[in-house]
Design a protein around this ligand. Structure first.
Ligand code: ADP
Length: 661
């Protein structure tokens, strides 16, 4: 654009402004004669050369020249003068006029450089300038250097700048990133340090412990001093365990290893202890894919595993004992009524072990006379949440074999996750039952055989007593009466055994009649008189009260309670017999002031052959069948028997019977 013919008419010094862009043109056209520098024709070669270099440079440059520090600058510098109106006024202006705001700072620098000091160097200084239509934070690195006018004579100061905004911003970003990284790393460290899982980092094949969090140290039972040591020195007890081999394999293959519920023996409190964990060995690799270290992350589950093992052990023991006892088991979901019997249970009921068997299939094998009783007992136990125990016969489904079983069951109410279910056991008691039956038969037979001679003995004694009534021989009379009392005792006992065997075999027979209960009580008291000498007895009767029952058997109940009251209370004590009518029933009680019965024994008192074992009862004879018989007799009459007793105070036995209609 400057290749016009005019060029040739230019003065030689003006060629220094050529190719200087916009600032070149402005410098050329400026009226320099108004300044102390005078027109360019008068300028020194040094000034012209400097201006020429400056105008052509793409680096931002600025020049102060002469005594008044007159200013020059190039196109690259111009933007840094901003938009405040400094440009173009700054060209040819005195430094002091142009930069009043920063002059006190830069004037000493200028003077220092001019007076022969070193060039200044400022790096990455923030100088906000207006460009791209906004004020930007711009960073500059710049230097002031002296330019001589003639050798040894300073002429001015050249400022060369380079914009470093991008560099500064990049550095800033890197710094921020680094500090963020540091922060997140410290956060991570903090998290790992307190993590509830055990974490450790091993480096190199030697497995140097580079890092280990609190949990892993706690698991190893070691302190922080192990950090920096090889694992085999830090935790020597692992040596004969598989871990080092596994770690070595992870190193070789670069594949992670997951361990599930693995047992490690670790030295804690000076002894080896079992520690169970789920863990992973994760290889760490460098850019070349080579393994350089291994991270261990382990979740310690010792307590859970030990707890589970205990439960498993207990279950195993239970299973073994159930097997050993040859017991059939079953359970039933209370809501769905889904019934699951064990193989043994099916066998007991004559089914094949693999067969599908329902609750109805099972109960159908119970003979009819017991079936409803059993079903009712199960339903009641479910409804009341109590347990039941029942003995009943079974006829095998396939084999038609008769067995006796004892069935026990209990309701387990629903707990979190487990619906309510009913569980039961069934034991084969066939042999026991057969033994009992044989024993009963034997007792029945013996008692029966004894009865005949005893009856005739009784008859002869009565005859003799009647004869001796007239005689003066009191000794013989007394002896005969005593013999008669003993024979009576004996027949009561034998009758008891006979009754038991009849009861057990279901052959008990009731001779029902309507009679006055009061009358019966009086008769029994009368009969017992000979043994009552040492006790005082009072009776509060009902006044005539009619009941319909087996008179003899009810008599034996009263006689039993009376003789017990005498047997189990010391001489001289009071016995009270009481009869009361309560609505539709008659209630009879026999109260003594004897030794009493301990609470634990109370519930067993009416069981067959049960006797309370104390040092008081040791020397009192008996078989433990009296109360059992009483309760069975009352049961067959639709009545009840019960007792209240206090140790050392006395006992009161009660029974009740329905009144005759
Ligand atoms: P026994 O032949 O042993 O008397 P029972 O069936 O009549 O048999 O009584 C069972 C047990 O109950 C007795 O062994 C005794 O320990 C206890 N017993 C019965 N009656 C009394 C009572 N009145 N006072 C204290 N204990 C009694």
């Amino acid at each position: 654009m400057h290749s016009t013919p005019e060029i040739s008419s230019q003065t030689p010094h003006q060629t220094y402004f050529d190719g200087g862009g916009e600032m070149g043109a402005l410098t050329r056209d400026y009226d320099w004669s108004k300044t102390v520098l005078g027109p360019p024709e008068q300028w020194s070669q040094s000034l012209l050369t400097t201006i020429g270099i400056m105008l052509k440079s793409r680096f931002p440059m600025f020049l102060w020249w002469g005594t008044e520090l007159i200013q020059f600058y190039n196109d690259a510098y111009r933007p840094s003068l901003g938009n405040e109106g400094k440009h173009p006024k700054a060209l040819g202006q005195q430094g002091e006029e142009c930069w009043p705001e920063i002059w006190p700072v830069i004037k000493p620098l200028i003077d220092q450089v001019l007076s022969g000091g070193e060039s200044t160097w400022s790096e990455d200084q923030l100088i906000p300038i207006y460009r791209n239509n906004r004020l930007e934070d711009v960073y500059w690195t710049f230097s002031y250097s002296k330019v001589n006018d003639a050798p040894g004579k300073p002429g001015g100061v050249l400022v060369i700048c380079s914009e470093t905004t991008e560099k500064v911003n990049t550095m800033r970003k890197i710094e921020n990133t680094i500090s963020e990284l540091a922060e997140s790393e410290s956060r991570l460290r903090f998290m790992l340090a307190d993590a509830p899982v055990a974490i450790a980092l091993f480096t190199g094949r030697a497995l140097i412990i580079e890092a280990a969090n609190k949990k892993v140290l706690e698991v190893w039972g070691k302190g922080e001093e192990v950090i920096g040591k090889p694992l085999h020195i830090a935790v020597p007890e692992l040596k004969d365990q598989p871990f080092f081999q596994i770690l070595d394999d992870v190193f070789t293959t670069g594949q992670s290893f997951h361990g599930n519920e693995v047992k490690a023996m670790l030295e804690l409190n000076h002894k080896l202890e079992e520690v169970y964990s789920n863990f992973v060995y994760q290889p760490l690799k460098n850019v070349n894919g080579e393994t350089t270290g291994i991270v261990l992350v382990a979740n310690v589950i010792t307590e859970q595993v030990i707890a589970r093992k205990k439960v498993e052990q207990a279950e195993e023991m239970l299973r073994l004992s159930i097997e050993a006892a040859n017991v059939g088991t079953w359970h039933m979901d209370v809501d769905t009524r889904k019934f699951s019997p064990s193989s043994r249970m099916k066998e007991l009921y004559g089914f094949d072990p693999e067969e599908e068997v329902s609750y109805d299939d099972i109960t159908n094998q119970i003979p009819e006379e017991y079936r409803n009783k059993v079903r009712l007992a199960v339903e009641q136990a479910i409804a009341s949440g109590e347990s039941y125990s029942i003995e009943h016969p079974v006829t095998g489904y396939h084999d038609q074999t008769s067995r006796w079983v004892r069935a026990l069951g209990k309701l387990y109410p629903d707990t979190a996750g487990h619906p309510a279910h009913f569980s039961g056991l069934t034991l084969d008691i066939t042999e026991q039952k057969q033994d009992e039956m044989r024993k009963n038969d034997f007792i029945g037979m013996v008692s029966h055989e004894l009865k005949t001679p005893l009856t005739s003995l009784n008859g002869y004694l009565q005859l003799l007593i009647a004869r001796m009534k007239k005689s003066e021989d009191t000794f013989t009379t007394g002896s005969l009466e005593k013999a008669h009392a003993q024979v009576k005792k004996m027949s009561t006992m034998i009758n008891g055994f006979l009754n038991i065997s009849r009861l057990e075999s279901g052959k008990i027979h009731l001779d029902m009649e309507t009679f006055d209960l009061d009358q019966l009580i009086r008769e029994i008291i009368e009969e017992t008189k000979p043994t009552l000498q040492h006790h005082s007895l009072t009776l509060s009767p009902c006044h005539p009260v009619s009941i319909h029952a087996d008179r003899e058997k009810i008599g034996s109940v009263i006689s039993n309670l009376l003789s017990n009251a005498i047997k189990y209370s010391p001489k001289g004590k009071k016995i009270e017999v009481n009869c009361q009518i309560k609505g539709e029933i008659a209630e009879v009680s026999v109260k003594d002031e004897g030794m009493g019965i301990k609470p634990l024994a109370l519930e067993k008192l009416f069981e067959r052959f049960y006797r309370v074992e104390t040092k008081h009862t040791q020397n009192i004879s008996g078989f433990g069948i009296g109360l059992y018989l009483c309760s069975e007799i009352l049961l067959h009459h639709g009545g009840k028997i019960w007792v209240k007793s206090e140790i050392g105070v006395g006992s009161t036995f009660y029974f009740s019977l329905p009144l005759a209609p």
